[in-house]
Design a protein around this ligand. Structure first.
Ligand SMILES: C[S@@+](CC[C@H](N)C(=O)[O-])C[C@H]1O[C@@H](n2cnc3c(N)ncnc32)[C@H](O)[C@@H]1O
Length: 159
């Protein structure tokens, strides 16, 4: 972390990135509204990564996994299809919470719970395994933001 703070230029997104998504991601993301689909290549876990992460995190039945900053729930949805485990996502943006819950209903997944809240006020003790997909990254960049609905700052990243 200190290294990153020492070289802030490396964290600035002055360069342009090309959107890039796999066919399986494009297909999966159709469960989401178009605005959420457009954010996927940059902000949501790719399906292939979710599959590997689920294998690594769930080492015994009924493992309780927490996705810290779950967005529209893509990791939880993919992992819950594959594993006999309980997936909880916590997310600060209420619209993404609603979208994640809707997608879980559509996929008829009952081993998912999506909580609306801030991870800084959350107790982690009830979980066996934790998944993070750069949840605090958007505090560090000028342009790589999901939206402007929540406060973002470098101070929050350091916290
Ligand atoms: C890069 S996205 C990853 C989403 C999801 N984990 C995935 O892999 O598809 C990070 C998410 O973390 C959420 N987030 C960031 N800080 C948070 C906080 N303090 N409390 C709750 N959610 C937070 C953001 O709103 C965003 O939806």
């Amino acid at each position: 972390m200190n290294e990153l703070i020492q070289y802030p230029g490396l964290l600035d997104d002055d360069f342009d990135e090309e959107p890039c998504a796999s066919i399986e991601d494009e297909r999966f993301d159709q469960v989401y509204p178009s605005k959420v689909q457009e954010l996927s290549w940059r902000h949501w876990t790719p399906v292939a990564v979710a599959v590997e992460a689920a294998k690594l995190l769930v080492t015994r039945p009924r493992t309780r996994v927490l996705d810290v900053g779950c967005g529209p729930g893509k990791f939880c949805l993919v992992a819950a299809e594959l594993k006999d485990a309980r997936f909880t996502g916590i997310e600060q943006r209420s619209d993404l919470v609603a979208i994640a819950r809707q997608a879980a209903l559509k996929h008829r997944l009952t081993n998912i719970e999506i909580i609306h809240g801030n991870v800084t006020d959350f107790a982690f003790a009830a979980y066996d395994a934790f998944y993070l997909f750069n949840p605090f990254e958007e505090n560090m960049f000028k342009r790589k933001k999901i939206d402007s609905s929540v406060p973002l700052s470098k101070a929050l990243f350091k916290k």
